[in-house]
Design a protein around this ligand. Sequence first.
Ligand code: ATP
Ligand code: MG
Length: 284
Amino acid sequence: MSAVPVLETRGLGIRFGGLKAVDDVSLSVPEGLTLGVIGPNGAGKSTFINLVTGHLKPTSGTVLVDGRDLTGVKPWVIAKARVARTFQIVKPFRGMTVRENVAVGVLYGPDGTGRMSTALKQADEILAEVGIFELGDRPPGELSVADARRLEFAKALALKPRLLLLDEVMAGLRPGEIEPSLQLIRDLKARGMTIIVVEHVMKAILAVSDEVLVLNAGQRLMLGPPREVLSDPQVIEAYLGHKYATRAAQLSEAASAALAAPTPTPTPTPNAVDIAEEEVGPDA
Ligand SMILES: Nc1ncnc2c1ncn2[C@@H]1O[C@H](COP(=O)(O)OP(=O)(O)OP(=O)(O)O)[C@@H](O)[C@H]1O
Ligand SMILES: [Mg+2]
């Protein structure tokens, strides 16, 4: 394992007019880490990914990949540095089949040999890995939401990344469809890939993250171990809003009362996951 972080941002930020969409975010992601990123809608999560992957140019700060300054370079330069991402709004090439969509990534990726036959073969392997091998001949427009997200995943894997940034690859999936995506992330982790997972599905964040970053109004609100971060009152308030923070306090009080009773019933400390499940549901 390298001592140089795979990704480091220093004071990273971007302004859109008067809005600081990402504001002075510094963090370091060591090799092999899976970093979960959460935060309310509009917190700057996708913008952060766009800044790292060259889809937006920062107005301040630095992006270092493996210690190399790649601030503001074009997306294909970032891809050559083995950084790949998915898009929150899926972006397949509509005139091609599912297999060809993935093959294009292989062909132009860091290991591309320029041979279409090799690229198509590798595309099939990647489609099998994400679980849509049998859909290879279809046009992407025919895919279900879940399969379109898998294709997005496959397109990113086609670039053979060392750092993979996933922007809500589980959004809109039914609970039964989430587990295969989680398993895929676990498999990639086991291979040593460094992963940044932006997700609103808290269960998923908890299942795969080694650390969790909370963004709020573009700023780094907190970074730490998942359970610690998700039970932080400030995070609950920022992420789920005042209503949920009040509910958390009530649950916490109830828990203390139960513990003070003569025959205490063990009650777990509520956290953002419990509250989200109780009142928001997994896809909120
Ligand atoms: N190209 C742009 N021009 C102007 N404003 C933008 C642009 N991109 C993003 N923003 C604004 O920046 C803020 C952060 O947006 P972003 O999409 O990063 O949020 P997010 O955390 O990904 O939210 P969500 O959870 O809804 O996906 C929002 O207020 C958004 O409207
Ligand atoms: Mg987003």
